[in-house]
Design a binder for this molecule. Sequence first.
Ligand SMILES: Nc1ncnc2c1ncn2[C@@H]1O[C@H](COP(=O)(O)OP(=O)(O)OP(=O)(O)O)[C@@H](O)[C@H]1O
Ligand SMILES: [Mg+2]
Length: 368
Amino acid sequence: MNTVITKLLESVLNPATQKSIVKENRLVGIKELENGSVEVKYNRDNIPTLVKRELEDSMCKVLSAICSPDKLIIVSVSSEQEEIHLAAEKSRNAKESNGPKPQANIKVGHGSIGNKVRVAGVKKLLAVASGKGGVGKSTFSVNFSLALKQLGYKVGILDADIYGPSIPMLLNKREEKPLAGANKKILPVSSYGLKFISFGLFSGENDPVIWRGPMLGGVINQFLFDVDWGDLDFLILDLPPGTGDVQLSMVQNSEVDGAIVISTPQDVALLDAKKGLYMFRKVNVPVVGMVENMSYFICDQCDKKHYIFGDGGVEIAAKELGVSFLGGVPFNKDLRVGSDKGTPYMADLGNEGSDVWNAYMEIAKKVK
Ligand SMILES: Nc1ncnc2c1ncn2[C@@H]1O[C@H](COP(=O)(O)OP(=O)(O)OP(=O)(O)O)[C@@H](O)[C@H]1O
Ligand SMILES: [Mg+2]
């Protein structure tokens, strides 16, 4: 694979010099990742941003012969920036010899990684993640945001799921098209008192999302930094499932203040949740805590709690892993039906005082 890729990339010229990037020794590494993606790392020294885009486009085009574009991740590294970091490391090492190693300064596609930037006006940026799909992250993101709003906070949601954006449906704004503000920033859409942005608002729901790996970081970067979020107490980042490179690059771009890991009580999901925790530790994002979703089911007939997937699994795991347990949200039909209809459970004041309501409010109070 590596030789084939190198061979193909020989035909890609650095637009600035008209020399092959392989001949210029810019190829730093080629790696096949566990999820079947291919990562091509190259050195971007002295290549201006606009030229860099052109160059990456050519790389994608040439490699599309052997690799599907959505499986291709192009990473650029800069020795210049690494040097800056090494210099910083040296001066720190002079003070504390065993200090942590600084992160290398790399760029994924069109979005930068390593130089963490705060989102202007946002007090706390929290990521909602899970190792496994379908455990209820998006449902949690929406209802948890509404619980924070109940507590008087200004809240926004960034739907970072490019392949399966579900926030427009959950917030009943599937047809909405975001507008551009006076300063050319994207204006978020408002619904139930929350602001949100989602890739689903820019593409038709049935459009195939053939999205290049390198572009992913760029889109999320735009959603973080080119959206006019205004002043927010919380911006909730609803991450796509998994703990792969895509998720990593998303949390590395900006200063994420904390992560909430959602899991169902089944063992398999728990194992995946552990992977989620390790991922955040790797990128130094503090884990705020774990939430157990679909904890138990309250039967209409007998009013008892039924722990279908076992009792307290996530709480035990959280203890083992040394993170807080934020609470459990019961399995509830109205929650699911409300999600499907675009009428979130926590937006309906008629639900106040129910088990589900209280569960979300308790979690929100712990996180604030
Ligand atoms: N506590 C709950 N009670 C009942 N149904 C729930 C609950 N939480 C989530 N669901 C339902 O489970 C399904 C999956 O939820 P959701 O889309 O939020 O998961 P997800 O983790 O975001 O999925 P993906 O990984 O695909 O992004 C939805 O139909 C949702 O309505
Ligand atoms: Mg989701």
